[in-house]
Each structure stands twice: as structure tokens, then as C-alpha cells.
Design a protein around this ligand. Sequence first.
Ligand code: CTP
Length: 244
Amino acid sequence: SKLNNIEKPTTTLAIENVHKQPFIIGVAGGAASGKTTVCDMIIQQLHDQRVVLVNQDSFYHELTEEELATVHEYNFDHPDSFDTEKLLDSMENLRHGQAVDIPNYDFKSYKNSVFPARRVNPSDVIILEGILIFHDPRVRELMNMKIFVDTDADVRLARRIRRDTVEKGRDIGVVLDQYSKFVKSAFDDFILPTKKYADIIIPRGGDNHVAIDLIVQHIRTKLGQHDLCKIYPNLYVIQSTFQI
Ligand code: CTP
């Protein structure tokens, strides 16, 4: 019988060695497209699951003194401005069930070493969010689901002006210069070309409740499929008894 089977040590060993891999979702899109709102809504609706959010912003390279002195010439929208190796490292650790410390990036001081770093624990769902999260094929390969938030350029610019002047305390002239010098062309050259990798493209970002509902439903279905009982149908008794 099944109960006789589960008492054999070999069977127990097999269960211990099975590591449940998290479901990894990538959320990309232009700056100020509403990525954060989409992520927040997914997290809110998955309240009964363990979900963590990792921002690509946390992996901005530290600026040198020279770069800091001429910060308005620095292109924060170029793929090279991120430490992708470090991001990959953190994601690999999380994927294998290890907690990681992720720096908090400070947009005012341009520093990512603001302590304390955020301790991120391994979870059932990991959401990776950022403008260029689909740029590196190795990062894309980690993802079980890729979402691109598609918001018109005028809406993104309007939001950016409000956010950078009100929240980040920047001068409007500097914000507009940065937009025309770097942000607009980086969107066309690096961000928009990654839209083709998306499984789902959400028009209007966080305003699109129907899209968020469908995404959450799909994640729930996939999480169900990850359960041990589905992988090892004969072990369902063990799962319900010991709550693996
Ligand atoms: N950026 C900046 N100053 C820095 C670092 C980054 O202005 N020191 C800007 C980059 O120019 C880039 C933007 O931050 O355009 C990336 O963040 P964004 O995608 O706007 O932030 P989120 O809040 O994650 O996006 P969303 O509005 O879509 O939620």
C-alpha cells in the first residue's frame, strides 16, 4: 500500500532532495510605464502566496567620483549601467533556496550601498522588475513568464516629469535634457526591441485590471503544477501528512 511505501528510507530521501523551484516573473517596460503598479497588483492578488519583488534598479553600478562629478552626462538607461553578473548571482541563489541581500538604490545620491541592504528570502514567486530585465538572454532564461508593460511615450514622459521633480527633487530642465539625451533613444534602441520576448504585453499598465486578473489566474494554475504531489502522484499521502 502507499502507506507502507512511504516508510521506506529511500523514499524519504527522494523527497528531501526535491527542491521546489520558484515561479519567476519578469516585468519590463519603459521608464515610468507603470511596472511597479502592475507588480503591486499581482502581489496584492497573490496575498496567500510567498511573493518577493526584486528591482533591477538595485543592481545599478556604483558611480566613480569622476562619473558623479558629471552625473548629467551619465546614461542610466543603457544596459551597461547595470551589474548584470551580480543580478544573475542573486537570482541563482534565490532559485536554489538561499536568501540574498539586495542593496537599496538611492536615486538622490546615486548610490546603491545604502545600508541596511534588503534581505530577500526564497519564495514561491519571484518578480523581477526593470526597464532592461529582458536584455540579457541569461536573465530571460530564468523567467517562467515575461510581461511587458506597454504605455504611450507621452504618458511615460508626463509621469517621469512629475516623479523626478516632485519625488526626486530634480530640476525640470535637467529632467527634460536627460529624457531627450538618453531616455528616449535608450527606449527605442534597447527596451522596445525586447518587447518581442514577452509572453504577455499589457496595454495601459496598472489601469488594465482584466490583464492582471488573467495573469494572476495563470500564476495560480502554474503554482499548482509545481506541487510535489503533481510531480510524484504516489507521494500525495506524505505531502498532506508532513506539509512539505
Ligand atoms: N534613473 C535616474 N537616476 C538614477 C538612476 C536611474 O533618473 N540615479 C532613471 C533612469 O534614467 C531610468 C529610470 O530611472 O529611466 C528607471 O526607473 P523606472 O523604470 O522609471 O522606475 P520604476 O518605478 O521601476 O518604473 P515604473 O514607473 O514603470 O513603475
